[in-house]
Write a protein that binds this ligand. Structure first.
Ligand SMILES: Nc1nc2c(ncn2[C@@H]2O[C@H](COP(=O)(O)OP(=O)(O)O)[C@@H](O)[C@H]2O)c(=O)[nH]1
Ligand SMILES: Nc1ncnc2c1ncn2[C@@H]1O[C@H](COP(=O)(O)OP(=O)(O)O)[C@@H](O)[C@H]1O
Length: 206
C-alpha cells in the first residue's frame, strides 16, 4: 500500500538562514525533496535556472496563474513567487516527502489546502544579527536589504500561526531542531499506518 508523502513548509524573514538550513537538511536526508519555485525576481550571482528557481517574466507568471499551474503564489519584496502544483502533487502522491521554502502568505495558503502540512518558521536571534547576515551575504543592494528588513517585522509577527518556531542562532542547533521536527512527523504517520485499518480510516488519513 502506498501512502502520500509528508509536506513541510519553511518560512523566515530574508537573511534568517532558511535556504542554508534547508540545503544542509537535504544533504543529510535523501527522502526529502525541495520544490523549486517560479519567480519574477532577477537571478543573483551564483543562482542557476532550475536549481534555486525557475526565473520567468511577469507575463509568463500571469499566464501560469490563469492556467492554475500554481498551488499557491504571492508577491514578496516586490517580486512574484509561486509553487508548482504539478511538481508537488506528483511527488507527494508518489510517497516522497516535500519541503517548500516559501513566505508566510504562501505557507498559510498551503495549510488551507493540506491541513497536515507542517509549518516551520525560522527566526534570527536578533534584528541586529538579521541585518548583519543580509549584509554579509552580500547579494542584495542596500535598498533591497532595507526593504527586506522592514518587511521582516511584518513577517515575524506571523510566526504564531506556524506549528514550530526555530531560532537560528547556532546553525548546528537549528539544523538539529529541523531534523527533529521532520523525524517526529514521520514517526507520527508511521505509527498510524501500522495501526489497524479501521483506526486509520477513522482518522481520515488515507
Ligand atoms: N509564496 C511563496 N513565496 C516564495 C516562493 N519561493 C520563494 N518564496 C519566498 O520569497 C521570499 C524571497 O525569496 P528570495 O528572493 O529567494 O530571497 P531570500 O529569502 O532573501 O533568499 C522568501 O521569503 C522566500 O521564502 C514561492 O513559491 N511562494
Ligand atoms: N546560524 C547562522 N549563523 C551565522 N550565519 C548564518 C547562520 N545561518 C545562516 N547564516 C548566514 O546568513 C546569510 C543568510 O542566510 P540564507 O540561508 O541565505 O537566508 P534566507 O534563505 O533565510 O534568506 C548567509 O550568508 C548564511 O551563510
Amino acid at each position: 500500500m502506498d501512502y502520500p508523502g509528508n509536506l513541510f513548509v519553511v518560512a523566515a524573514p530574508s537573511g534568517a538562514g532558511k535556504s542554508s538550513l534547508v540545503k544542509a537538511l537535504l544533504e543529510l536526508d535523501s527522502h526529502l525533496v525541495v520544490s523549486i519555485s517560479h519567480t519574477t525576481r532577477a537571478p543573483r550571482g551564483q543562482e542557476q535556472e532550475g536549481r534555486e528557481y525557475y526565473f520567468i517574466d511577469d507575463a509568463t507568471f500571469r499566464e501560469k496563474i490563469s492556467r492554475g499551474d500554481f498551488l499557491e503564489h504571492a508577491e514578496v519584496h516586490g517580486n512574484r513567487y509561486g509553487t508548482s502544483r504539478a511538481e508537488v502533487e506528483k511527488r507527494i502522491a508518489g510517497g516522497e516527502d516535500v519541503i517548500l521554502e516559501i513566505d508566510y502568505q504562501g505557507a498559510l495558503q498551503i495549510k488551507q489546502i493540506f491541513p497536515n502540512a507542517v509549518l516551520i518558521f525560522i527566526l534570527p536571534p536578533s534584528w541586529d544579527e538579521l541585518a548583519q547576515r543580509l549584509t554579509r551575504r552580500g547579494e542584495d543592494h542596500p535598498e533591497v536589504i532595507a526593504e527586506r528588513l522592514k518587511n521582516a517585522r511584518i513577517e515575524v509577527a506571523q510566526a504564531r500561526h506556524f506549528d514550530f518556531v526555530i531560532i537560528n542562532a547556532l546553525f548546528e542547533t537549528a539544523l538539529f531542531d529541523l531534523k527533529a521536527i521532520v523525524h517526529s512527523q514521520r514517526l507520527k504517520y508511521a505509527a498510524l499506518r501500522r495501526s489497524k485499518p479501521s483506526v486509520f480510516a477513522a482518522l481520515n488519513l488515507d
